[in-house]
Design a protein around this ligand. Structure first.
Ligand code: HEC
Length: 317
């Protein structure tokens, strides 16, 4: 019983059933359905676009890191063997032989373009040869994570910087080859040209298999997140346009299918209440609900005509 009562209340509140013109009842119902649908869709789209933005940022970071690794490997394999002998000689040190130098120089070329301005690539070390590569406190904490857990191959995450929110990916740099120690173990072993260029106080004392630093790329997130918000806004506008189109079409259909024939039947019923003999409900030939309504009126009209005739006959007697 109480269910029935609330059912009726709900209907009145939600759809204005029976309280307003049909058009308005339909408009209210559609607005509520579309409102809820758009809200739920936007929540889901927000999640979906968020995941896509995340993937895009991950892909960019991965590509960036791989490109830098490729530069490093090209330098060690192809460039270093040619230049290393020159560094042994009395001339000036040629840093082009050093993978770290070439990767950072290639990156500097990229960064000169405005679209890469907020990207960064660092080869940070606790005890660097080039003091520019000295790890800051954030990089130091990452290097220490790699030093504490040798199975850890990648650390990644988001952080906010003065340039906005960035995604970073870091990999450990390990002294993997004995050849590294030529330049990074003791000043005595290092080429004299290197000492002249970098001094003999920093970048030494590394040992084989030690993790001495981290390669770290950072990719700005703002542009991707802004693009995501724009897609979300465009989707909302699109859904709203679809809503308006569907609402207009539904309204036209309602008018054509129900309201117009109903109005006609209602006018004829008024007429029939006075002069039943002159009225015909043509709609009774339809096989839908309107047809059924017209048939009912037709039967009522005939009964009325008979009653009126009987009344007349009685008065005539
Ligand atoms: C010919 C000497 C030489 C060899 C061999 C060499 N390095 Fe270096 N390394 C340098 C110099 C010089 C720099 C500084 C380059 C610059 O100015 O960017 C450097 C820089 C680095 C850096 C960046 C941090 C810093 O110290 O400035 C890392 C990391 C590094 N080297 C690791 C290695 C590893 C790992 C190997 C072995 C695979 C290696 N190096 C072999 C000379 C060398």
């Amino acid at each position: 019983m109480s269910f029935q009562a609330t059912g009726v209340n709900m209907r009145n509140v939600l759809f204005g059933a029976g309280q307003r013109p049909l058009r308005r009842q339909l408009a209210i119902t559609l607005s509520i359905i579309f409102g809820i649908s758009i809200l739920v869709s936007m929540l889901l789209f927000n999640l979906l676009f968020g995941v896509q933005a995340r993937n895009l940022i991950d892909q960019r970071s991965q590509f960036f890191m791989d490109a830098m690794l490729a530069v490093r490997s090209y330098t060690s394999k192809s460039v270093n063997p040619i230049i290393a002998p020159l560094n042994e000689g009395p001339g000036v040190f040629r840093p082009e032989a050093v993978p770290s130098y070439s990767a950072q120089t290639v990156f500097a070329g990229l960064k000169a373009k405005p679209e890469y301005q907020n990207y960064s690539y660092r080869e940070a070390a606790l005890n660097p040869t080039n003091l520019r590569d000295k790890a800051d406190s954030f990089e130091t904490s990452i290097i220490n994570q790699f030093r504490d857990d040798s199975s850890l191959k990648v650390v990644s995450g988001d952080r906010s910087t003065p340039l906005g929110s960035v995604h970073f990916v870091a990999r450990p740099i390990k002294v993997g080859k004995e050849s590294c120690l030529t330049c990074h173990s003791t000043p005595e072993r290092a080429p004299a040209s290197q000492l002249r260029a970098y001094g003999d106080t920093s970048g030494f004392g590394w040992s084989l298999n030690e993790i001495v630093g981290t390669q770290i790329v950072t990719v700005p997130q703002q542009a991707v997140l802004e693009a995501k918000d724009r897609s979300l806004a465009a989707t909302a506008v699109l859904l709203a346009v679809i809503f308006v189109v569907v609402a207009v079409i539904t309204n036209l259909v309602l008018g054509q299918l129900i309201l117009r024939p109903m109005r006609k039947i209602s006018l004829k019923a008024d007429e029939a209440s006075v002069t039943p003999a002159t009225v015909t409900f043509e709609e009774r030939n339809r096989s839908d609900e309107i047809g059924r309504l017209a048939k009912s009126f037709e039967r009522m009209k005939q009964s009325l005509a008979i009653s009126m005739q009987m009344l007349k006959d009685r008065q005539g007697r």
